[in-house]
Design a protein around this ligand. Structure first.
Ligand SMILES: CC(C)(COP(=O)(O)OP(=O)(O)OC[C@H]1O[C@@H](n2cnc3c(N)ncnc32)[C@H](O)[C@@H]1OP(=O)(O)O)[C@@H](O)C(=O)NCCC(=O)NCCS
Length: 177
């Protein structure tokens, strides 16, 4: 796998993390237990940090990056992803904060300083603008996103199930490695 060091800082992986060999994971990145990074993901923790919690999955072709500190924003914009988060194929996450039990639909873009609370689904192809806050328990769709409706009981149950599916899948891949 391609784990790269930047300015002396290398990614830190907890137990049973799976990273596909075609992914590039670089710099100040911590990844929690049982999380997985799928083919062609680029995660670059250079001008700020990236943190990914436990049992989360970052699917194929997604791009994860951050923004550097500025005089207006002295902390810059790190990228923080919680536990049991499913990031679909070809998602762009940039300097934003995601809570727990979230599904980011395929091809979505989440921009700097956006905050996604726990138990949210972001529809495929949606755009979450800078600084926007998505409230817990809702589906958001569109570009820019709008609150569409409350999540159903089935969708709320599916969020941790989706994470579990990917934990099982990555264990298969780890067993073959
Ligand atoms: C949004 C989503 C959850 C469907 O929600 P839903 O309430 O069941 O929506 P429906 O399919 O009944 O469609 C309702 C309306 O929303 C529209 N719609 C559906 N998905 C949409 C999306 N991603 N963005 C914008 N509009 C969407 C439909 O066209 C329909 O519009 P209409 O009422 O004008 O005809 C689903 O389409 C989606 O985007 N899921 C993400 C899946 C994914 O990417 N998973 C990760 C890969 S593993």
């Amino acid at each position: 796998m391609s784990l790269r060091t930047y300015k002396g800082i290398s990614p830190t992986l907890a137990e049973a993390v799976y990273i596909d060999e075609s992914a590039v994971v670089m710099g100040d990145i911590e990844i929690g237990k049982d999380s997985s990074i799928w083919p062609l993901v680029a995660a670059r923790g250079d001008v700020n940090k990236i943190r990914i919690g436990a049992r989360s999955n970052i699917q194929d072709g997604s791009v994860l990056h951050v923004s550097r500190p500025t005089s207006k924003n002295p902390q810059g914009s790190p990228l923080i992803i919680g536990d049991e988060v499913t990031v679909g194929h070809k998602v762009m996450l940039h300097g934003c904060q995601l809570g727990n039990k979230i599904l980011v639909g395929m091809g979505a873009i989440v921009m700097d300083e956006a905050i996604v609370e726990d138990n949210v689904i972001i529809g495929a192809g949606s755009l979450v603008p800078p600084g926007k806050r998505l409230a817990s328990g809702y589906l958001y769709v569109g570009s820019p996103v709008k609150q569409a409706r409350p999540l159903t009981e089935a969708e709320l149950k599916f969020l941790p199930q989706s994470a579990e599916n990917y934990v099982v899948l990555k264990d298969d891949y780890l067993a073959e490695a």
